[in-house]
Design a protein around this ligand. Structure first.
Ligand SMILES: [Zn+2]
Length: 204
């Protein structure tokens, strides 16, 4: 740390920035290989989180206008279908995905966990449709629009439910998504959010 003496005018924002960065970096995620065969893939997930975890949490928070609810996460890396786990259970992440699918899947499952704080849901909009109102925006914020487009196509190819949910989310304009998001926040007692109004946020 430099021993400079910055003026008060920029000391305050600087300290605020440090505090918010510290808060995000406190989301520790432990990746546990389910067998020795999964050690390498657990290491890849760990490297992704070390490099991008803070930006993932920041993007999730700014797109949804909701604070990330967990201070620590754990994930089992196994050769099995990925899922978001439960409040007291670790996520499970498929070991064999190539790196970019590991990246998108990690955000997908953490996104489900982030949205558990919204206990009330909109009629006829299921868990994946709700997640997909924000998920491609978070992917784009962290890795760019091309990455997001590619991963939407990838997930839409998993099965027809994913395809339908992604087609629905992608058919909505940013304003339509923002309006639905505001309704969702409202029925859960939260205020309005402009995190989805723009199609892009500034990437850092
Ligand atoms: Zn899912």
């Amino acid at each position: 740390m430099k021993k400079s003496h910055p003026t008060l005018t920029w000391t305050i924002p600087f300290v605020a920035l440090l505090l918010s960065a510290a808060a995000h970096s406190q989301v520790k995620t432990v990746f546990v290989a389910s067998s020795s065969a999964d050690e390498y893939d657990a290491k890849v997930y760990r490297a992704i989180w070390d490099e991008y975890g803070e930006r993932i949490v920041t993007a999730l928070e700014s797109r949804t206008c909701l604070p990330f609810p967990e201070s620590s996460l754990s994930a089992m890396v196994a050769e099995a279908v990925s899922n978001s786990g439960g409040p007291d259970h670790p996520m499970r992440l498929r070991a064999s995905y190539i790196r970019k699918v590991k990246q998108s899947t990690l955000v997908h499952e953490i996104g489900h966990r982030h949205l558990w704080q919204l206990s009330e849901r909109l009629d006829d909009i299921d868990g994946h449709m709700t997640l997909f109102l924000v998920l491609d925006r978070v992917w784009a914020d962290v890795w760019g629009e091309d990455f997001a487009n590619e991963r939407v196509r990838g997930e839409a190819g998993w099965d027809e439910d994913y395809a339908a949910a992604w087609a629905w989310a992608r058919s909505l304009s940013p304003q339509e998504r923002a309006s639905l998001w505001d309704q969702l926040l409202s029925i859960n007692g939260f205020g309005r959010c402009n995190g989805l109004v723009s199609s892009e946020t500034e990437r850092t």
